[in-house]
Design a protein around this ligand. Structure first.
Ligand SMILES: Nc1ncnc2c1ncn2[C@@H]1O[C@H](COP(=O)(O)OP(=O)(O)OP(=O)(O)O)[C@@H](O)[C@H]1O
Length: 376
């Protein structure tokens, strides 16, 4: 029906949470600078960045426990913070989940979840039962928190936070208290529950692997600013700069100087359009994208357009990591170390000569920060 269609269409285009130009200063220093973002119903966005970059402060501003110096926050199109508006935290329709998700020790699992609901909410028990079912905790409904494992407690905390059906959920490192193997399962389960509830989620983490696993969109934060946003695939494969690339994995970096839109390196020439002559560039490649070939009586493989030229190195050390082998090479051309990940058991002896190539479709080329083009 036209009316229903209109409502659904609006649901999909109207962001649940929208932020424009958020800024927070502490003692004259901008800790959050010009942060803008938008999250739709059912979308999970991860604010990812190193410790101290301003992630938690951003979350606190949205939750309403701290006030921005500038910026607008809208929930379902309605301003909750702007130059004239300050909606109190409890009226924002925002759920919170933090690392120290303290459950009430004297209440049962059911009572803890019910605590998130208004006393006279219709079908209180029905909602509690629905949520316990959703997080797989129905059979533990009458237990107390001390009778539960860390992962089970985390599930109860999620159910409690979701009980009042918040349109938006803010999560600050919610899985960091859990051990590694449990964490992966809980992450996946949490994601499924949040998607089923259609909640817009902003999750803070400093772990790239967590963001890659959870996020529809990653917001990469540094020094108070969002420096890049996009789908995990895009951020990983098209990083905005060297630091963004290095945040997700080890990187091999070689330096070159540009001459006529090319830079010559031991791995052959690289095309660097748009960079002025004389400028230095960093050419980076992730360890899993280095190609390795054998030494044939002091010779390596022929150069190809996709792999460029090969450069020789000798194995410094090789380690088996479980799902891959890590081989470190000392390169003949300058004595530097390059690292390669090989997705099988590959453990050449130290001192073995091998040849490496930079796959052209997997390289990142960035102007070297701090370099100036040589003035002729
Ligand atoms: N109330 C405050 N007064 C002064 N400085 C603060 C305050 N809150 C945070 N900061 C500073 O703001 C910066 C960002 O802190 P924030 O907690 O937002 O970072 P973060 O990215 O969440 O880091 P972490 O992952 O370590 O929690 C830090 O340098 C911190 O010391």
């Amino acid at each position: 029906m036209p009316e229903d269609f209109g409502r659904k269409w609006q649901d999909t285009v109207q962001p649940r949470l929208e932020i424009q130009g958020l800024m927070r200063r502490f003692g004259g220093r901008e800790v959050v600078s010009d942060v803008s973002l938008s999250i739709a119903a059912g979308q999970v966005s991860c604010l990812l960045g190193p410790s101290g970059c301003g992630k938690s402060t951003t979350l606190r501003l949205i939750a309403g426990v701290d006030m921005p110096d500038q910026g607008v926050i809208r929930v379902d199109g309605r301003p909750i913070v702007d130059a004239r508006t300050r909606v109190p935290p409890e009226e924002r329709g925002i759920g919170l989940m933090f690392q120290d998700f303290a459950l009430f020790p004297h209440l049962t699992v059911s009572q803890n979840v019910a605590f998130g609901l208004p006393r006279h909410a219709p079908d209180r028990q029905g909602r509690v039962a629905e949520l316990l079912e959703r997080v797989g905790m129905t059979r533990h409904a009458d237990k107390h928190p001390h009778e539960l494992s860390g992962g089970e407690q985390q599930r109860v905390a999620l159910a409690r936070a979701l009980a009042p059906r918040p349109g938006i959920m803010l999560m600050d490192e919610p899985f960091s208290g859990l051990d590694d193997r449990l964490r992966d399962d809980i992450r996946d389960e949490t994601l499924a529950v949040l998607k089923a509830e259609g909640t817009a989620v902003l999750l803070v983490t400093h772990e790239p692997s967590e963001a890659m696993r959870m996020a529809d969109e990653i917001l990469l934060m540094r020094d108070g600013r969002i420096v890049q946003s996009g789908a995990p695939y895009t951020i990983y494969n098209n990083p905005v700069d060297l630091r963004a690339a290095a945040f997700f994995s080890d990187l091999n970096v070689i330096r070159g100087r540009v001459q006529g839109a090319l830079t010559e390196t031991p791995f052959g020439p690289f095309l660097v359009p748009g960079v002025p002559d004389g400028a230095e560039v960093d050419i980076a490649i992730r360890p899993q994208h280095l190609a390795i070939d054998f030494d044939r009586a002091g010779k390596g493989p022929r150069s190809t357009p996709t792999h460029g030229e090969a450069a020789r190195g000798v194995v410094e050390r090789a380690r088996f990591m479980g799902s891959e082998s890590l081989v470190e090479f000392r390169m003949d051309f300058d004595g530097s170390i390059l690292k390669a990940h090989v997705p099988w058991v590959f453990l050449p002896k130290p001192g073995t000569p091998l040849w490496l190539m930079f796959r052209r479709d997997r390289c990142f080329v960035f102007p070297h920060v701090g370099s100036q083009p040589k003035v002729a």
